[in-house]
Design a protein around this ligand. Sequence first.
Ligand SMILES: [Zn+2]
Length: 380
Amino acid sequence: MRVGLLTDEVSVELPVEVTNVHPDLVALATLTITRPWISNRLTLDRGVSATFAAESRRVFGVATGPIDMSLAPRAPGSKIGLAYSSGYDSAAASELLPPDTPHFHHARVPHPRVEERAPQWPSVMLRELVTESASHGKTPYVVNCNFEHMCHPYPTLPHWFGFAVGPLLLADRFDLGAIALGGTLETHYMDMGRTWKGSTGKPSGIDPLAAAVGLPVARPVLGLTEVGTQRIVAASPLAHLARSCTSTSDRTPCGVCGKCVRKSLLASAISGSVSPSVATLDAQNPFIKKILAESPIYMHAQFEYALSRIPATTPLIGALQRHLAPRGEGSTSWLDRFYAPGIAEGVPLPWREYVETQIRARLEPMTEHDVESARTYSPA
Ligand SMILES: [Zn+2]
C-alpha cells in the first residue's frame, strides 16, 4: 500500500538529555521514520560507518550517506533495553529480564500541524500504566513521538521498528547492547496460531540492521506461547497493569474487541473460573459473529486452548466450543509449556542464561510429544 505524507516535520522528545549519539544510531532512527517516502538515497548531516551504509543498502535498498571511512560501527553496550507497551507480552518479557533493565515506552503525542484522527486510541492511558510500573521496581522511560501522524490515511508507524526510535537514540546514554521486544511463539514459529511454519534460524527483516548498530533484537518470549506469557503476567506484580485492548481511552478494557475476548477467555481458562466478561459475551458482538463464521481464525490454537478448558455456563460459550474447540484439552496442552529452541534463537548470548533461568522458574519445557503436537497442530 502507498503511504501518504501529511507533514514534513516531526519531533521525538527523549526523557533524558543525550550528546554525541553514534551517527549510525541516528541514521537507523531516521530510516524507520522516513522509509516510506525515500526512494533510494538518504543524506544525513553526519557521516555513517561503511558497515552501516552497506547494511542499509542490503536491507532497505537505500544508499545512506555520507560515509565516514574513519568511523567504526557502534559496539554493543552491556545492558539490554526493553520496548515496553504494558501489553501482556512485553510485561512477561519484563519479568524475565534483569531487574536493572530500562523500559522504553513509545508514546504517540499530538502533532501541532496534523489533526488528531484517532482520538480513541489510548496513548494517555497506556502512558499511565507504563509509568505506574515504576512502583513495582521497573524503570520506565517515556519517549514522546508524533511521527505516526505523518501517515495517511490513518496514523500509524511509518515502519514497524519505529517504536524503537527512543531506544536507538538512547542506546549510548544507557549503554545498550540489545533491544528486547515481545514477539511470542505464535508470531514467529506459527502462522499466527493456526499452523506451525518453523523458522529459518537466520536474522531477517530489520534484525541485521539493528545488529549493525550494536543493538541486536532480543525476543525473550519467543519460545513462549500467549498462554505462557499470560500465566507469567497473571502471577506477577504487573498483572493489574497489563493491557492489550487499544479500543478505549480509560483504564477499563472495552471487553468486546478481539483482543479483549481472547484475553478474557485465556484468563478464565488459566484461573479456572469463567470471568464476568466471558459470562456476559453477546452473540451480537461483531467479533463473536465473525469467529463463529470462520475457521481457522487468527490465534486459533489459543481460542481452542481456552474454550476447551472452561465450562459452558452460557449457550454462547457452548456454541463457541462446538465451533472452535470440539476436541477437548489434549490437542492444545503444549501451549502451557515453552519451546526451548526459542530461547537460543530469541535471546543474545549475554542474557540467555539469565532469561532461561527465569523462564524455567515459571514454566515447564515442552516434551518431545509436545513439540510434535505443536508442529502438527491443525485447527479442527
Ligand atoms: Zn478491547
